[in-house]
Ligand binder design. Structure first.
Ligand code: DP6
Length: 344
């Protein structure tokens, strides 16, 4: 009887504090990045591997939120074809993927990070089930490596809480090939909240892929890459020491630097919307007056991630309700997460 294998994983998205922006061949980043893994924003991937008789080529059926999705199917098929030597079972089995996200589209939450993270985890799991041994001595590292090959930021989603991707001189264990978990974290940063303030939910005007490419001939590229690597090292120290004010400055400067890179590209573009600026100004004023160390970060889009530690939750959520809710379309309350989970 034909054998079927099942694998079901939940993989969260993440939000970068130090941003990855610019890449080389084979998804090698131009600079290191460091992110916070989320909890409530995730992809669930239910995968089935069905034995088949013809083994000519990889075959895949992909459903997104209950419906066959040709665009995603083609994207995943391309990825599987490229990396099939690592997953021998792909030639002898048909793969069925059923994927769904806990969060809506175009909201400033990276769905490619959670989707490719989940796919990498499912593939490593199928390797173990079909070959009778783990894919490597460090399967999380291997999953992170394959996630990166799908989408750069996905490699950081394999780890809980804080994760770094990209080599820096200060840490010989860091790598451009995969992310590593950052575990030396002060209590101040242990329960970090992220309120995602949706200013605009239109699809992105410029894809991240196109944005990364614009860094190739960017006038400020080299200085930016050096700065980002230094900031990863600085952020590691900040996370260790618990210095909230330093965290605020570094986080906001990173967000604005990312957008400054877009605005100063040869094909310049602007992703912030008027209400992005209004919200940022309200955040500055609230921080000035209350001395509460909240801060914002931005992804490659107009929506704002408002970060605040657990101890300030009530005050900040009152501020959001009273001063920001009229400026935004919707809000997703998220927080630091424990990383991917295998579901049964
Ligand atoms: C601004 O990981 O989406 O979110 O590797 O082309 O899939 P690809 O790009 P992607 O880029 C993320 C860019 C960013 C910053 C970050 O997450 O570090």
């Amino acid at each position: 009887m034909a054998k079927t294998y099942i694998s079901h994983w939940r993989c969260p998205s993440n939000i970068a504090i130090v941003k990855y922006w610019g890449k080389k061949e084979n998804q090698i980043p131009c600079n290191a990045s460091l992110s916070l893994t989320l909890s409530e924003s995730y992809t669930e991937l239910n995968a089935r591997l069905e034995e088949k008789t013809n083994d000519d080529e990889i075959s895949l059926t992909y459903f997104f939120e209950g419906e066959r999705n040709a665009a995603f199917e083609a994207k995943f098929l391309k990825f599987l074809n490229k990396h099939q030597v690592n997953f021998p079972f792909l030639k002898t089995h048909h793969l069925v993927l059923e994927s769904s996200n806990s969060f809506p589209h175009s909201t400033g939450i990276a769905s490619s990070a959670s989707a490719f993270g989940a796919l990498a985890l499912v593939l490593c799991d199928f390797y173990e089930q079909t070959q009778g041994k783990t894919i490597s001595d460090n399967w999380q590292q291997t999953a992170s490596h394959f996630a990166r090959l799908g989408s750069g930021s996905a490699c950081r989603s394999i780890f809980p809480a804080w994760a770094q991707w990209g080599q820096i001189d200060a840490d010989k264990a860091s790598s451009n090939e995969y992310a590593i978990p950052i575990t030396e974290v002060h209590d101040n940063f242990k329960i970090m909240h992220d309120a995602v303030l949706i200013v605009d939910d239109e699809p992105k005007k410029v894809s991240s892929t196109a944005g990364h490419a614009l860094m190739n001939k960017h006038a400020y590229a080299e200085a930016r890459f050096v700065q980002a690597n230094q900031r990863v090292a600085e952020l590691r120290e900040i996370l260790k020491s618990g210095d909230l004010d330093a965290f605020v400055s570094l986080t906001e400067s990173e967000a604005l630097t990312l957008h400054a890179m877009m605005m100063t590209s040869a094909d310049y573009y602007l992703l912030m919307r008027p209400n992005t600026i209004s919200v940022i100004e309200k955040i500055f004023a609230f921080r000035e007056q209350s001395k509460v160390p909240i801060c914002f970060t931005l992804d490659a889009g107009p929506n704002i991630h408002l970060l605040y530690p657990e101890v300030y939750k009530t005050e900040v959520e009152n501020f959001i309700r009273h001063e920001l809710s009229d400026l935004v379309k919707s809000i997703i309350f998220d927080r630091v997460g424990q990383g991917p989970k295998k579901l049964t």
